[in-house]
Design a protein. Structure first.
Ligand code: GCO
Length: 453
């Protein structure tokens, strides 16, 4: 199928996404406080190759060049996050004006170049001072987070029309507070359930605060979603898939939609009620203007009697010998279509934006070019699936590629390259990959003066 931007209509939002800790560097510049990722990355053997994000893409200093590059690629929406500890170095208390100044410069430059900023308030980099007080496991986080959100809206809400409260709560609570493989490296069920419940309240609370301070802003929040299927067509694998799906895909969206947590499928989740205070059930719900869907792959799941809580295990793509990315995620474009259809069946979902989709491949830079044809195919195939869903009536209103440029991929360090733009981390040189050129061409509208690349 030959697709073009026109098929999606003029209102469709096309963009790219990034996150502060993954690109900014400047980890202690101009009064910034440390975040849990700054601290976690200093510990041995937490990050592949002992990499860290202290400098990363040096976006803190090089943002003018990067935003100009975005304009050259005809990208008209830019989703980025604010580093909480740049604004509040200790998480709460006095504001760091220099941090505010940085985001003002960034927002103003985007607007000058006709790029709409979409801001994620929390993309995993909690101020470390707050972690020392328990971080997401401490119910006080609701107050800390509310103050931070209110400050951002007061300072930037006059120019930023689209706000995203949280990035993938399942991942930062699951990997950070249950498995301990992401910052802050905590483990265990009680850490997870308390962190998860407070995050679920914060996602709704954040929406309420934004709307009460600036009713004209559009508010959303994002969720990771991997379409889950049973490995074999057996009763046991089917049950395993159901439980995994509830945990991975339903645990945060359903309370927001007023449906509560999926207790029925995953019984251990009931223990989350230990962290309830009066009024919490209602407090978990909020009607967002849009929901951000972040999809990369599907998961096949089989029954595994010794796995705690879900008795299920994901079978990796490499084991199944199917096409996969460097993250060992199967390349399976219909997953995004499944996800869109499923979300459209929920009540109260007004608009869906694909806030992340993309792939890491072993990119090689040869004589100043990166021929990443696999990424081009990946993007084309996924965009096509989005179009199919749109034509079927799903209210999908935007698509953002993860990501603008190669960056710090959390526990995987700088190994997986997800960018449309190649970054040489020694020289900080940027090279537009073939996929970047392709996206720039795809986005070009005839009356647009810019030429990609
Ligand atoms: C996430 C985050 C991004 C990742 C991307 C690739 O979805 O995990 O939002 O920060 O870098 O998804 O793994």
């Amino acid at each position: 199928m030959q697709i073009s931007r026109k098929d999606f209509g003029p209102e469709f939002h096309w963009g790219v996404s990034t996150a502060a800790h993954q690109i900014e560097g400047g980890y202690s510049a101009d009064g910034k406080g440390l975040s849990i990722w700054d601290v976690f990355s200093q510990k041995k053997k937490k990050i592949l190759g002992n990499h860290h994000g202290n400098i990363s893409c040096d976006f803190y200093n090089r943002y003018p060049e990067d935003i100009a590059l975005m304009a050259r690629l005809n990208i008209s929406n830019y989703r980025f996050s604010i580093a909480w500890s740049r604004i509040f170095p200790s998480g709460s208390g006095p504001v760091n004006q220099k941090g505010i100044d940085f985001y003002n410069r960034l927002i103003n430059l985007c607007l000058e170049l006709d790029i709409q900023p979409w801001i994620t308030l929390y993309h995993w980099d909690l101020p470390d001072t707050l972690e020392k007080k328990g971080g997401w496991t401490n119910r006080e986080i609701i107050h800390w987070f509310s103050d931070y959100v209110a400050c951002c809206i007061e300072r930037f809400g006059d120019r930023v029309k689209h706000w995203i409260v949280l990035n993938e709560p399942m991942v930062f609570t699951g990997a950070g507070y249950f498995l301990g493989i992401h910052a802050p490296g905590k483990k265990g069920l009680s850490n997870f359930l308390s962190a998860a419940h407070h995050a679920a309240i914060c996602q709704a609370e954040g929406g309420r605060i934004i709307k009460s301070l600036r009713g004209s802003c559009k508010v959303g929040t994002t969720f990771s979603y991997s379409h889950v299927e049973p490995f074999r067509n057996t009763e046991k694998d089917l049950i395993a898939a159901k439980k995994t799906d509830a945990l991975l895909n339903r645990m945060f969206i359903e309370p927001l939609l007023g449906m509560g947590y999926p207790f029925r499928e995953v019984r251990m989740l009931r223990k989350i009620e230990n962290y309830y205070k009066q009024g919490d059930s209602a407090r978990l719900a909020f009607e967002m203007d849009f929901l951000g869907l972040q999809n990369y792959t599907r998961e096949l799941v089989r029954h595994a009697p010794f796995m705690p809580f879900v008795k299920a295990r994901i079978i990796k793509a490499s084991k199944r010998q199917v096409e996969h990315t460097l993250m060992d995620w199967e390349v399976y474009p219909p997953a995004i279509h499944h996800a869109l259809l499923r979300w459209s069946k929920y009540k109260n979902v007004k608009e869906i934006i694909i806030t992340e989709n993309g792939a890491a491949f072993a990119d090689i830079c040869k004589a100043g070019t990166v021929s990443d044809y696999k990424r081009i195919q990946y993007l084309k195939d996924h965009i096509e699936q989005v179009l199919i869903a749109k034509r079927e009536g799903v209210p999908v209103k935007g698509y953002f590629v993860w990501t603008l440029m190669d960056n710090f991929e959390w526990a995987e360090g700088f190994h997986p390259r997800f960018g449309l733009v190649y970054v040489n981390f020694e020289t900080q040189e940027r090279i537009i990959k073939d996929s970047g050129k392709w996206y720039g061409n795809f986005l070009r509208v005839s009356d647009h003066p810019a030429e990609p690349a």
